[in-house]
Design a protein around this ligand. Sequence first.
Ligand SMILES: NC(=O)c1ccc[n+]([C@@H]2O[C@H](COP(=O)([O-])OP(=O)(O)OC[C@H]3O[C@@H](n4cnc5c(N)ncnc54)[C@H](O)[C@@H]3O)[C@@H](O)[C@H]2O)c1
Ligand SMILES: N[C@@H](CCO)C(=O)O
Ligand code: NA
Length: 441
Amino acid sequence: MSAREPLRVALLGAGVVGGAVARHLTQRSGDMAARVGAPLEIVGIAVRRAGRDRSELGVDASLFTTDAEELVTRADLVVEVIGGIEPARSLILRAMAHGASVVTANKALLAEDGPRLYAAAAQHGVDLYYEAAVAGAIPLLRPLRESLAGDEVRKVLGIVNGTTNYVLDKMDTTGAGFQDAVEQAQALGYAEADPTADVEGFDAAAKAAILASLAFHTRVSGSDVYREGITEVSAADVAAAREMDCVVKLLAICERNDGGVSVRVHPAMIPRSHPLAGVREAFNAVFVEADAAGQLMFYGRGAGGEPTASAVLGDLVAVARHRVGGGLGPGESSYADLPILSMGDAQTRYHVSLDVADRPGVLSKVAAAFAAHDVSIETVRQQLVAADDGVTAAGGDGSARANLIIVTHTASDAALSATVESLRSLDVVRGVNSVMRVEGF
Ligand SMILES: NC(=O)c1ccc[n+]([C@@H]2O[C@H](COP(=O)([O-])OP(=O)(O)OC[C@H]3O[C@@H](n4cnc5c(N)ncnc54)[C@H](O)[C@@H]3O)[C@@H](O)[C@H]2O)c1
Ligand SMILES: N[C@@H](CCO)C(=O)O
Ligand code: NA
């Protein structure tokens, strides 16, 4: 082991992630020192309440402090795992101003105000690393930032929120409704007491913004991301997907085309044969497509104290090595500055399930609505609605009813959603059962 002076580490937050980081740093200090080339010495752990019993972390009780502002001024390396915007942002900026490199897991902050933090890191000549912020343990940001730095990334497509994947998986495999599945996720500790950030897609949108920024060398913030959560996904949607041999997943999609970049988070049907369909429970997986590399897939645990601590510790070792050996990791790269496309310009495909009157001319009226918006239909399947399946087989005008399932070719999202609006107003359409985007065919 090196005789070098210890590097002073300040830990901000001792919750799920911070607790796991503290335990590893304490129990495996010898390995960490050998890998870094200098000991990593915890000089303080900022907590909200000082008096609590935290003996299970195995750290000296005198290290806990409620004065995070003071703590960050006497550290070489600061790990921020408090979460949220403030005081996390001010503490990170203060730490950098005092010369500390920073490791954070805070996707919400990076998606809201990343450029300000990157600028501060550059100004003060320190590192800002955040592998844990997207897809937890999965090494994903480092590959994008470093391994693929010489390639052209075209698309990043993935499942980046464990809670919603768990909920959708349970809806698919057990037929559970949305609310039941959320309660199961809460009972297992995946979903928080207030699961809004997960189920409304805010968490995935923040991660999509970070991924797109790195992939396309362009500043993308959380508010640039089109976002739909899973609260509107019904058992009928999941059943419609099953009929198509598909599953519903909440996807983060970052695409680059000639016009710019499109970044979106929404539920979509994907074929059961697609590798993302096999991502079960609270796991995450991300596909990256690059010109020279072709397709790459990253899979693993995106949440939980231990998996997230793995990514935090990897970053901590990396920035500590820079302190020992000199130099800095790559900073923000936003030189490409590509325009960000609106959702209407995104190229998507729709699956639409309609209840229609079963009489002559209905199909042509439906087809005309698609044609009017220049949307090409790929497949149409029709089945009669039986009188005994819970709906009345006779329509209001005495005609029989049928279920029409239509899958489109790719078109702009604006054209597709305008088509659905037209369908809703057709007299032959009795009801729109399910509308969902389709990916991965
Ligand atoms: N838990 C995960 O699976 C996971 C995965 C990836 C990223 N993250 C990110 O990691 C960060 C931490 O998440 P977590 O799950 O550990 O949250 P947590 O709520 O378990 O822990 C946060 C801790 O910070 C403390 N805290 C809040 N304000 C503080 C302050 N001003 N000073 C000192 N302590 C303060 C809280 O009391 C709490 O103990 C968040 O940014 C989160 O998005 C978490
Ligand atoms: N709430 C997040 C934690 C990891 O960021 C999830 O469910 O994926
Ligand atoms: Na990661």
